[in-house]
Design a binder for this molecule. Structure first.
Ligand code: HEC
Length: 123
């Protein structure tokens, strides 16, 4: 009986030691992936397309809200409410939905990326 439990212990340890590196690699991959997302939000965004989409669909309404039609004031440090890249994406989505633009994730990403690059500069 004692011997059996020793054998069992050996196998448990052995399989743990064998699996630990696999698990470690998995953790490292996960970490690198998530830190890449944090270090560059909207990394895959097409910024030029975002700029064009923003000019066509978003600017005029924001412009009408500010004296002199300077709608981009809404994104300036003193005026803005958005303080994280997640909230920025959510707000872009909200404004796009409200205006029935029918945008997909790609357009939302492009415009979020453009706004981040030009104004918010979230890391
Ligand atoms: C019909 C008017 C209108 C249109 C069109 C519009 N918005 Fe807005 N947007 C607003 C208003 C009003 C607010 C302010 C909401 C608030 O402060 O609660 C706002 C706020 C925002 C903010 C948050 C600014 C901040 O940091 O506080 C973002 C980002 C934004 N809009 C993006 C967009 C984008 C992108 C589009 C085009 C897809 C768009 N908006 C189109 C009316 C509009």
């Amino acid at each position: 009986m004692k011997r059996l439990s020793k054998v069992l212990l050996f196998f448990t340890l052995h399989s743990f030691i064998f699996r630990a590196p696999v698990f470690l690699v998995f953790l490292i991959v996960l970490f690198v992936k998530s830190s890449a997302v944090f270090s560059a939000p909207f990394e895959r965004a097409d910024l030029q397309n975002g700029k064009v989409l923003h000019e066509r669909n978003c600017s005029s309404c924001h412009d009408s809200m500010f004296p002199g039609g300077r709608g981009n004031e809404i994104y300036s440090k003193d005026t803005r409410k958005i303080d994280t890249s997640k909230k920025l994406y959510a707000m872009v989505e909200f404004c796009a939905l409200n205006n029935n633009l029918g945008w997909f994730e790609e357009e939302l990403l492009d415009v979020s990326g453009f706004l981040n690059k030009a104004f918010y500069k979230f890391k």
